[in-house]
Design a protein around this ligand. Structure first.
Ligand code: NAD
Ligand code: AKB
Length: 316
């Protein structure tokens, strides 16, 4: 039976990944943790929760020791738009927090899952069908921390044998917890606004193609990779994974099939637009498909149907 620690468990991905891990490995074996102190009822009622700052190495080490942790899903991070506004905070959390996780994993022999991002690519990366191995010269602080994280994780695997594994997530679309300050947040907000107000003002320009994925696939990617046969993993940090490449117009058109009155207009956020313009239009996830049988279950149509059904019950 695995003993698991999830950092950043109150975030967009952590809140759903923790519940899924608890179903899989048993409630008491999955310790949720976050800097925030107030978990929602479901997370708190279903298993242990600890509040600590991942940049505090002693606090992290005490939790790993206390619960005899074997695997860490390290999700605590600062996302792209917030990172551009506060680069020092992003460096501290995304790099020093990760360093603490890797050190504690080395000491206590833990496996580590750490998400990278399409943000690890930059303006000189090939934009279409971006290969697994390619130029990575991001020009955002988020991207700098993500590339550094990928390299650090590879280093800890090669140098110390720490079982580090990661994916480069695209924008994640979900209906449980709102996203935490990223460039792709529009793709979640659009569904909430479509249901509440039948209208959405988008902060990225029409024609901004980015990879996206529905949360159930994001969870599947994390758990499948952590359970994959290590002998088959040529890459470790980090695998391109994607489910769809879409722009605001395509997303709006799909929503309109369910809500015909829905309209979209644009009020561009220049910081987010610049970040998005530096990321790929679409990435190639063949390495993940070959090495650990990655395959998404949802496309734009099936995700949109599900999002609208779930959010209509939640919001109306
Ligand atoms: P989020 O912002 O929703 O959640 C991050 C959580 O980390 C928050 O609950 C926050 O309170 C916590 N946190 C922040 N600083 C902390 C600290 N010092 N100590 C402990 N906890 C701290 O983020 P998310 O969307 O769930 O992302 C999780 C991971 O996945 C991140 O590494 C992110 O870069 C990556 N990722 C996310 C997406 C996406 O679209 N959501 C896409 C690509 C990669
Ligand atoms: C962000 O926009 O910052 C994240 C990501 C794609 O890494 N959603």
């Amino acid at each position: 039976m695995k003993r698991i620690l999830v950092t950043g468990a109150l975030g967009q991905i952590g809140s759903e990944l923790t519940m899924s891990l608890r179903e899989r490995y048993g409630n008491d074996n999955v310790i949720a943790s976050d800097l925030k102190t107030q978990p929602n009822g479901k997370l708190l009622d279903s298993g242990p929760f600890e509040s600590f700052d991942c940049t505090n190495a002693d606090a992290l080490s005490a939790i790993v020791r206390k619960y005899k942790i074997e695997t860490i899903y390290h999700l605590a991070a600062i996302l792209s738009a917030v990172a551009e506004n506060n680069p020092g905070l992003a460096w501290n959390v995304n790099i020093n927090g990760l360093y603490n996780v890797l050190e504690v994993a080395r000491e206590f022999d833990c496996a580590v899952f750490i998400p990278s991002s399409i943000g690890a690519f930059g303006p000189s990366t090939p934009v279409d069908n971006t290969p697994q191995d390619t130029i990575q010269r991001p020009n955002t602080m988020y991207g700098v921390t993500k590339v550094t994280g990928e390299l650090l994780c590879d280093y800890y695997y090669k140098r110390f044998g720490v079982d580090t594994r990661g994916v480069r997530y695209p924008g994640i679309i979900s209906n449980e917890t709102l996203p935490g300050g990223g460039t792709t947040d529009y793709a979640v907000e659009i569904y909430y606004e479509a249901i509440k107000n039948k209208h959405y003002t988008c902060n990225l320009p029409a024609g901004t193609f980015l990879d996206m994925m529905y949360m159930p696939d994001a969870i599947k990617a994390a758990t499948d990779l952590m359970e994959a046969d290590p002998a088959k993993l040529i890459h470790r940090n980090a695998f391109n994974v994607t489910a769809m490449s879409i722009d605001p117009e395509l997303l709006a058109a799909e929503i309109s099939k369910h809500i015909p009155e829905f309209t979209i207009d644009y009020d561009i956020d220049p910081v987010k637009a610049e970040i998005a313009a530096s990321w790929p239009n679409s990435i190639d996830d063949l390495a993940a498909r070959k090495q650990w049988n990655w395959k998404p279950d949802y496309n734009l149509a099936t995700m949109t149907k599900d999002m609208i059904e779930i959010l209509s019950k939640k919001l109306l």
